[in-house]
Write a protein that binds this ligand. Structure first.
Ligand SMILES: C[S@@+](CC[C@H](N)C(=O)[O-])C[C@H]1O[C@@H](n2cnc3c(N)ncnc32)[C@H](O)[C@@H]1O
Length: 353
């Protein structure tokens, strides 16, 4: 019996199977109904629920987040992420639901287009000293170093698995990360002093897929502003919701919190209000069907590589755990109401002169 048949016997259904398709359609119908009912909540703000953006630690539960998520075995991430960048954030297929669903991009192409869009919106010139918070396996770094011969990048991640992956590529002169213009800090952004991060020596700070883990926005922006000279820029890319869902501000209250201890989904408008340290230059809502397509392709590749994952990497319980993760993110967050409820926010800020 092959892995897919064995897992089906254990009640775990494969991507593309009739059982899983029916289940996902059911969940999308359920959450579409829920979100339509919550429509009037669009005007609520965090303060109405006693949620502060400026109290407490910048980050919470980073150790649990690493051990339960980012430090999963590298073979797991390699099985589903795109082969060129190993990006672990939304790819970009298009602006409108129709464009996104009709796009012929491969995952690799859609990640490339995402980085092009980010660099355009961040006004990258090509000579900057860049700091990247939460660099994952270095996808933005790979794109920047390959496309801009004068750019220098310093990146930070607390993940042992990600740091090890990047260090190996930095030894490989054939890889963009091995070009000699890349520096890695293996550590926690919140726990590192400005001096440890390199001081105010950067022109542009990026955080791609990382502000979902931040609790105290105020202290995060203060820490970022300290890295930038006057007129330095900061570009953020993160999962956001259009209406406010207070339960997503507390990872203990949602199933998705099981995968991201300490994680939260900020309302799109909340980041637009953050003006204590940096000036807001522009913001864009990126339709969530882009993330649905990204996750669906990750889910597809996860199952395509199931024989080797099942035999050598993941237990049956692990497979159930990660299969549920792809299903939940796709159907609870990004598919309902054509990606208009949950998507990604892009934000450009500039330091004051
Ligand atoms: C969703 S991944 C995105 C990775 C990468 N930017 C990409 O686009 O593929 C989130 C990243 O944030 C990092 N992260 C989480 N907590 C952090 C912290 N306290 N300090 C620095 N990075 C952190 C994780 O290790 C991971 O690299």
């Amino acid at each position: 019996m092959d892995s897919i048949a064995q897992l089906k016997k254990a009640g775990i259904h494969a991507h593309g199977s009739a059982e899983l398709q029916r289940y996902e359609e059911h969940l999308v119908r359920y959450f579409t109904r829920e979100y339509k009912q919550l429509g009037e909540n669009h005007t609520a703000c965090l303060a109405d629920y006693g949620i502060s953006t400026s109290n407490g630690p910048m980050w919470q539960e980073t150790d649990a987040l690493m051990s339960q998520h980012y430090d999963e075995r590298p073979e797991f991430f390699r099985a589903f992420l795109d082969r060129k960048y190993m990006a672990y954030s939304m790819a970009y297929y298009g602006e409108t639901p129709d464009q996104i669903m009709a796009s012929a991009y491969t995952l690799e192409e859609a990640q490339h287009v995402k980085f092009e869009l980010i660099c355009k919106r961040a006004q990258v010139q090509g000579h900057e000293r860049v700091f990247s918070i939460g660099c994952g396996f270095g996808p933005l770094e790979t794109y920047l170093l390959e496309n801009y011969p004068d750019i220098e990048v310093t990146s930070i991640t607390p993940s042992q698995v990600q740091a090890e992956y990047i260090r190996q590529r930095m030894q490989d002169s054939a890889h963009p990360l091995g070009c000699g213009r890349m520096k890695l800090i293996h550590g926690d952004f919140a726990a590192s002093s400005t001096a440890e991060l390199g001081g105010a020596g950067y022109d542009l700070v990026f955080a791609v897929g990382m502000f979902e883990h931040i609790h105290n926005l105020h202290s995060a922006f203060r820490h970022i502003a300290a890295l930038l000279p006057a007129d330095g820029r900061c570009f953020l890319h993160l999962i956001v919701s259009r209406p406010l869902f207070p339960q997503y501000m507390d990872s203990g209250k949602t199933l998705i919190g099981k995968y991201f201890p300490g994680g939260r989904v900020w309302p799109f408008s909340e980041l637009q209000k953050q003006k204590d340290y940096l000036d807001s230059v522009g913001s864009w809502y990126v339709n969530g069907l882009n993330y649905w397509r990204t996750l669906d392709e990750w889910h597809h590749r996860f199952w395509k590589n199931m024989d080797s994952l099942h035999a050598r990497v993941l237990s049956v319980d692990d497979i159930r755990h990660w299969n549920d993760y792809f299903i939940l993110c796709k159907t609870v967050l990004f598919a309902p109401l054509d990606g208009s409820i949950y998507g990604n926010g892009h934000y450009l800020f500039r330091n004051r002169p």
